[in-house]
Each structure stands twice: as C-alpha cells, then as structure tokens.
Design a protein around this ligand. Structure first.
Ligand code: AFP
Length: 356
C-alpha cells in the first residue's frame, strides 16, 4: 500500500463505508447491525495494533484474557447485544436488560493462542445472530426473556460471520450473507480498507492442512469383527481419514501430490485455504472423539465464510451449517475448503457408510 498517497484518497472503500453501503440495501434497518459491526472492526483494529507492539512473552500470554475482557466490555457497551458466548468463559454472559440489544454474539477472542509466543498469526473468530426479522434470518421471540436456546441455533441461521487475522498484516474477513470481503488494516490511516473484494475459493486446491501428528489416533476401532481383523489387519489398520491423507501424498490417479501446510491457528489455516484453495481438516480421533474445534465460534463462522466463497464444509456426517448445537462449547469434526476437495471427502464417507 502507498500509505502517503492513500491518506489523500477519498475513494477508498473503508469498512465503515462498506457497512453503511450494506445497510442501505435494507431501508427498513435502523443501523444497529452497522453499529455493532463497526464496534467489532474497532476492536479488531485495537488488537491488531496491540499485537505489533506487545513483544514480552509474559504480557503476550495474557493477551487472550485481555482480549476477552476488551471484547466483552465493548460489546456490552455497544448496547446492541443480549447474549455473549466467548471461548474464554465457561458460561454465557446475559447482558443486563438496561443495556440489552437484539444480537447474540459468539466469539473466540484470540484463536491460536499457543502461537502467540513465537509471533505466528493468530486471530479472532466470531459470528452474530440477528434477532428481529428484518433480514428474515432469525428472531428471538422476546428480547426481554432471552435464553441460552437463542444461541443454540443451527449455523445456517447466521446473519454474518467473520474473522480477524493478526499476522504480517491485520486482516478482517467478513460476510453478511452476500459474498465474502477482505479488509486490510492500514495503520497510517487507522482504517480497514477493502483489499480483497468478493473472495472466491478455487474450485479445487493443491494444499491439504491437518495436524498429521495425530495420525496414530486416526486408526479406526477394530472391535467390529475380530476374526476379519486377525485375517486382514491392513483393512482395519488405517481409518478412512488416514487413507485420505495417504492419497493426498501418493495419489493413485496420476495427479500431483498435494502440499501440506499447517499453522495450528485455525484463522491462519482457513485464511490460506480461502485464498489459495485446498482443504482444512480436523477429524475426530481416539483422543478427541468429537473432534477438537468448537461448533459455535470456530466451525460455524468458518463454514459460513467457506460456503459464501463457493466452498463447502462437512462434519463427516452432514453439512456443518445444519448442525444444531446442544451446548455452547460443543465440538465437531470438520472438513472445509474447495468445493471439489470436500466433495471427495464426502464421497469417501458415503462409501464407508455403505460398507458398514
Ligand atoms: P489454541 O488457541 O489453544 O492454540 O488452539 C487453536 C485451535 O483451537 C485452532 O485455532 C487450531 O486449528 C487448532 O486448535 C490446532 O489444534 P492442534 O494443536 O491440535 O493441531
């Protein structure tokens, strides 16, 4: 970016202008959603800048706790929220009725925190439900009597989803249900500028992204048929998932092997997948039978963005956005990314089901 030149430009699409433009598509809207999004962009800006200057290991460790406090306080004071669910808090926060608005906000304030000390990209993930019927998405019947069920909705009811990535640049990637747009923070302007309009994920990718160190735990339970296991151990030794990853490395159809990339911050891994194509996988395994990633603030927002960008997201059983969570910190296996790559995983699971 040419910062000096940008400082004099009046035609830059800032996040504020973008949000206001989006709002104008809904003449009946009162601007609450725009105000909430602007609050969130402001918070992301704050954390993005803080990340650059905070170099003390000890201080950075506290960043996830600090970012949670900043998010919770700012979202409550926006006056637009009624329930907040954060990865950092065991229980949901019910906003005091005097400050209550109509949105439920679910977020992980600092995802990938194990990467903080070595300066690798981390991020904030979150999504929001709309609670009046303006967009026809989802309505809380009684704003005064909100309950936890108001956030335990299937992901397809989401109004908007986004993440902010604090890396070599600070990027905010957002979808309000009409495509995905990426904004980069220009520190000299103190503004997020639209740099990646209408992001579309390539239909097929050349990268797979998974923690292969878990491979030992991917093996399928062998209790199904002890006789067969003794006779043909190779059939059982490697789970479907193990075989999928082997195929990425040793394709049997003459295609080139896929490259492996894995950061260990979902935001960074999904961001790369969105821009370059490919597949991000976190399956269930013996150690984590329900997978590791959290439905509300990891699986749902990233699945929403993937679908909006033309990709897919699958749990191993169903479309991820069709999941109906039963508790706020529920986990799920997840396979998301380029349409064709996820299609391949779905076909494998379907074939396995037919063999059962
Ligand atoms: P942390 O916030 O504890 O670093 O966890 C990050 C995360 O939830 C997600 O961002 C990563 O994709 C995933 O966990 C990495 O998990 P593994 O370390 O098991 O690969």
């Amino acid at each position: 970016m040419d910062h000096e030149a940008d400082a004099h430009r009046t035609d830059l699409m800032t996040i504020t202008r973008y949000v206001l433009n989006e709002q104008s598509r809904y003449p009946e809207s009162r601007g609450d959603f725009s105000i909430l999004l602007s609050h969130i962009a402001g918070l992301a800006k704050l954390l993005g800048l803080a990340g650059e200057t905070n170099v003390q290991g000890e201080e950075q460790k506290k960043l996830d706790v600090l970012s949670n406090e900043v998010f919770v306080k700012a979202l409550i004071s926006s006056g637009r929220t009624c329930i907040l669910v954060s990865e950092e808090d065991e229980e949901a926060t019910f906003v005091d009725p005097s400050l209550r608005g109509k949105y439920c906000v679910v977020f992980d304030p600092l995802d990938g925190s194990s990467n903080i000390d070595c300066g690798v990209s981390i991020g904030t993930v979150g999504f929001y439900f709309y609670t009046h019927n303006i967009f026809g998405i989802y309505m809380v019947k009684d704003k005064e009597n909100v309950t936890i069920d108001d956030v335990l909705q299937p992901g397809k009811n989401m109004l908007a989803a986004g993440y902010c990535m604090y890396g070599s640049s600070c990027m905010l990637v957002l979808s309000t249900g009409s495509g995905v747009n990426g904004f980069t923070l220009d520190p000299s302007l103190g503004e997020f500028i639209l740099t990646h309009p209408y992001i579309k994920i390539p239909k097929k990718g050349k990268i797979y992204s998974v923690n292969e160190g878990n491979a030992k735990n991917w093996d399928r339970p062998t209790t199904k048929c002890v006789y067969l296991f003794i006779q043909f151990p190779q059939i059982f030794l490697h789970s479907l998932f193990f075989r999928y990853v082997e195929k990425c490395k040793f394709p049997d159809d003459g295609s080139s092997p896929k490259s492996l990339r894995y950061v260990g911050s979902m935001v960074a891994d999904v961001h790369r997948t969105l821009l370059y194509g490919g597949i991000f996988l976190y399956p269930s395994d013996k150690k984590s039978p329900d997978g590791k990633l959290r439905v509300l603030y990891e699986v749902f927002p990233m699945s929403f963005l993937m679908e909006q960008a033309g990709g897919q997201s699958f749990t191993g059983k169903q479309r991820a956005l069709d999941l109906v969570p039963t508790k706020i910190h529920e986990r799920s296996p997840i396979f998301l990314g380029s349409y064709d790559d996820v299609e391949e995983i779905k076909a494998l699971y379907a074939a396995e089901e037919n063999n059962d």
